[in-house]
Design a protein around this ligand. Sequence first.
Ligand code: PEP
Ligand code: MG
Length: 594
Amino acid sequence: MADKILTGIPVATGIAIGKAFFVNRNHRARLPRQTVTLDLVSNEVHLLQDAFHSVEAELSATREHVPAELKDYRLLIDTHILMLKDPKLAGAAEEYIKSLGLNAAWALEKAVSDQEAAFRAINDPYIRERMQDVRVVADKVLAKIIGEETDLGAMEGRAIIMAHDLTPADTVELQVNKIMGFATVCGGKTSHTGIMARSLAIPALVGVNKLEDNVHDGDLVVLDGLSGKIVVNPTETELAEYNERAAYFEEYTRKIKRHCHLPAETIDGSRVQVLANIELVEEVASVLDNGGEGVGLYRTEYAYLNRTDLPGEEELAEKYIDLASIMSPKKVVFRTLDLGADKFISSYGELGETNPAMGLRAIRFCLKNPQLFKTQLRAILRASAHGKVSLMFPMISGVKEVRQAKAWLAQAKAELRREGVEYDPDMPVGIMIELPAAVMIAEYLAYEVDFFSIGTNDLIQYSIGVDRTNHHVSYLYQPLHPATLRTIKLVVDAAHQAGIEVSLCGEVASDPFCVPILLGMGIDSLSLTPQAIPGIKRIIRQTNMHDCRKLLKEVLECRTVGRINDLVMDNIFKHFPDEVTFFSSLLENDEAPS
Ligand code: PEP
Ligand code: MG
């Protein structure tokens, strides 16, 4: 048996086998806590100040090497530099050295803990996020003080990075150092670390408990980004198994990527568009590389997070125009802000809602904050003059909401017209179908818009009543629940009856088990994470619609998820024997990380 097997949340697929190399350890556990005599106080103060200065100098140097396409990270590095320059933290630590005679490391740790306690009392998710940044910066200074900082430059050959957390500055270094994969203690699927891993296209896990206690520098590790496991010092047999699995995965990826630019057309000639979901403009390279036929969901809220101010129209327009122009003539669907629930911005603070997922989020939040909404609408309209742009509103619950949102859009258009600013007057406008209410009145909503996009991540959450972030009930989060399938079918049928297109952009679109059923329903396009595009296109190209419709008919007659699962598995074994090994490893992803 291997020394240890740890589990985490897989955020980028693939298998890496190599030596572990630790960066950004959590030094707090082993912090020297000593008091110093009066004559040594000034030494400790200098040690503290030097550490602050040298981390600041290093970050400034890294900042200079940030490639143009990662300019968002430059902003984050700037925030960290500002935190280092802020005299409050260094000043408080210095005071502890002088007044209590604490050594520099202990004094700094105490100053950070004070700030954490003060911020905790405020109970604002944004502030909590800022506090995490202070923590990251302080840990770098601590590492300097105790002389335990790890330099990526010291890495011999390629390695698998293990870290407590990775900062934006590390991101840039990681790009330069060509690492094989990484695992962190902190982070979630949508944290910037996860997004970064996907854009680097290396296997990665986040949220790995006890990583620092169980993996040591130089350990041989298998990082399995398919099943979310880290195998520490595997046995010869385990190693051979993983080598075989890695080779299989590489061969599979190579094979499917060879054909990823071919159209997603079934054997009997039906075309489905396969588009990409992105959070950052920087991801377009990966969209194009993986054969994405456009961007079906640009989650615009990311640009509003991780910052203290709101982006202005110019900043947004520049970003949106870049995206529309690079993707042109392929289409880009901008989703207007989906803030609220778990995504808050500082300027609006905590709303103190008991049930934020059902609170003032997405379109509701925008309609309550029309200035913020209109700034974004104007920026999207300006981008529409530079490419094939569509816009969609999230979390629509009724006809009135659509009309209100469209009224703001009309006002933004009128302003731009008066100002002589160009935009596409025929830019298609759609809505996301994410609420059961929207499903039930889909036939009315269809007359208000040009297209639907089904957001199954939320639709499943609201229709089965299962919080998508709550691991206690994750076993109930079932794309193949008979209710989910019927719900999706109602929406597809309503759209087609009204003569509009319907896309699906939740995680279901990248689920190989669900795709044949969606094809059977006649879905027009699928939008999914870029790395999953080649695999899904391959399935579509090996399918014929006759089989998909037959499968759909059979599953719609089933009363239980279990029976539907069996039918879907049979279908996979029958039609995609080559993919079975790969798919069964995907199935292991369903295990909640321990
Ligand atoms: C969805 O709800 O399915 C969706 C795509 O939106 P998000 O995951 O951003 O809520
Ligand atoms: Mg959603």
